[in-house]
Design a protein around this ligand. Structure first.
Ligand code: COA
Length: 174
């Protein structure tokens, strides 16, 4: 497909999207969008968003999922938590999954999806507070992707990374 002809949009996953052919190179992420994402969505367990081309809007080019989460305050570094109230746990937004169809990888579409996820997390936090965004990297390679955007590993959980919402606010003008 000619990249220049893509008219990209990010929308919530719905029945019309063809989930069966999605392939990103990670079997668990493929299985999730094919078999689990609609159920999670229907049960309000995760909100999957899909990247589509408006000219072929049933095809999934990439996806991410957002849900509510908590972080144990003592898992975060003290330079950050000293600015927080002394609650044992703090509210968070989890970016649980992020994937781009194999043939579209390396064209900044993962970045577009990731920025969409952060903006949605920030917008949602205005009505349902969330102090940090956390991401679950699928492997140590994916950790590198998130570190590029200023995410840092949570103590003793090398595949789970965080970024304070207060820092994410600086990236967007809402
Ligand atoms: C990881 C993934 C979402 C990245 O999407 P993408 O569209 O290929 O990435 P982009 O083109 O937006 O890359 C942006 C930058 O991140 C870098 N990057 C991409 N994947 C990376 C990785 N795994 N580790 C480190 N850096 C990475 C790119 O080289 C690029 O760098 P540049 O700006 O210097 O050119 C995609 O490759 C994918 O779906 N992989 C399989 C599933 C997976 O590993 N998901 C990770 C989340 S759990």
């Amino acid at each position: 497909m000619d990249e220049e002809s893509l008219e990209l949009d990010v929308v919530q996953l719905s029945k019309k999207h063809n989930r069966t052919i999605f392939s990103c190179g990670n079997a668990e992420l493929d299985r999730y969008i094919r078999e689990q994402a609609r159920q999670d969505s229907n049960k309000y367990c995760a909100r999957p968003f899909v990247l589509i081309d408006k000219n072929d809007d049933t095809r999934i080019i990439g996806y991410h999922t957002l849900s509510s989460a908590i972080v144990v305050l003592t898992d975060l570094p003290s330079e950050l938590t000293k600015k927080f109230p002394r609650y044992p746990i703090i509210p968070a937004t989890l970016l649980g999954r992020l994937a781009v169809e194999q043939q579209f990888q390396g064209r900044k579409l993962g970045t577009i999806l990731f920025m969409h996820a952060l903006e949605q997390a920030l917008k949602s936090s205005i009505t349902l507070a969330s102090a940090v965004v956390i991401v679950d990297a699928k492997d140590s390679g994916a950790v590198g992707f998130y570190k590029r955007f200023g995410f840092k590993p949570i103590m003793d959980q090398p595949l789970r990374l965080y970024k304070p919402m207060i820092d994410i606010t600086k990236q967007f003008s809402l």
